[in-house]
Design a protein around this ligand. Structure first.
Ligand code: ZN
Length: 243
């Protein structure tokens, strides 16, 4: 495990086999910590130890989306922190329960990636999030595409954006769904590329000062690179539509 700090944000990076990095984050508030995503089952120990070192309690576990590599330590954390509240988007709460059916108004293409099987997780969310909801310093921003209910979180103090898998930085910055040969896994796990691109545009409008994602290093001053990645993803969509 590696912990990288940027101001009030702590990035945990855990390595899966095949150099597959998985990150989760602490967002530090005055008197408590919000955990963004729950990484892998073995991440529990490092998360708890780091909270003890910082000396603040983890009071919230906020999930960007319901893929297994973002949920691994969820049950372990909840049993160690029974008073913590678990947040996920209303839409991906259905996926967390193991129901991968689509809603009628959604892009009718199968949900991809490692989605929990029914009964895999005991933990039930306490709060179902919708676009614009506040969680202390964070604003929830609905950013579907990777999954139908993917959420990003914008820190209103610093402008940092925790985007889950809406973007990746491992293997080069890319919008979710855009294949990077050095790290193709998030693209392979993306539900709707078209929806991802519209969400990426919406996220860029927030003018993030830092981009923090599920797979790859944090990126400071990301706006220009994000605009470039969006243009690249749009071009790929047009090219494939023209074929
Ligand atoms: Zn994912």
């Amino acid at each position: 495990m590696r912990v990288t700090r940027n101001n009030r944000l702590y990035q945990f990076t855990f390595m899966m086999p095949n150099f597959f990095p998985v990150s989760c984050y602490f967002v530090e508030e005055e008197d408590e910590l919000t955990l963004i995503d729950a990484a892998l089952p073995h991440s529990l120990k490092g998360i708890m130890k780091t909270a003890a070192q910082i000396g603040k309690p983890i009071t919230r576990i906020v999930l960007t989306h319901a893929h297994n590599d973002h949920l691994g330590a969820l049950d372990g954390l909840k049993s160690k922190l029974p008073d913590s509240k678990v947040y996920i988007s209303e839409r991906d709460a259905k996926l967390l329960k193991g129901d991968a059916t689509l809603e009628p108004q959604e892009h009718q293409t199968p949900i991809k990636g490692r989605v929990p099987k029914p009964g895999k997780f005991m933990t039930k969310p306490d709060v179902l999030l919708n676009d614009g909801d506040r969680i202390r310093s964070l604003t929830a921003v609905s950013s579907p595409g990777h999954t139908p209910g993917s959420m990003s979180f914008h820190d209103t103090r610093s402008g940092a954006l925790l985007a889950g898998d809406a973007f990746q930085t491992q293997g080069g910055l890319a919008v979710s769904g855009r294949m990077k040969l050095l790290f193709p896994f998030p693209a392979m796990a993306t539900w709707s590329k078209e929806t991802s691109v519209s969400s990426a545009r919406k996220l860029l409008e927030l003018k993030p000062t830092l981009l923090a994602v599920g797979h790859g290093a944090m990126l400071e001053h990301p706006q220009q690179a994000v605009a470039h990645a969006i243009a690249e993803a749009e071009k790929a969509l047009h090219d494939s539509a023209g074929k």
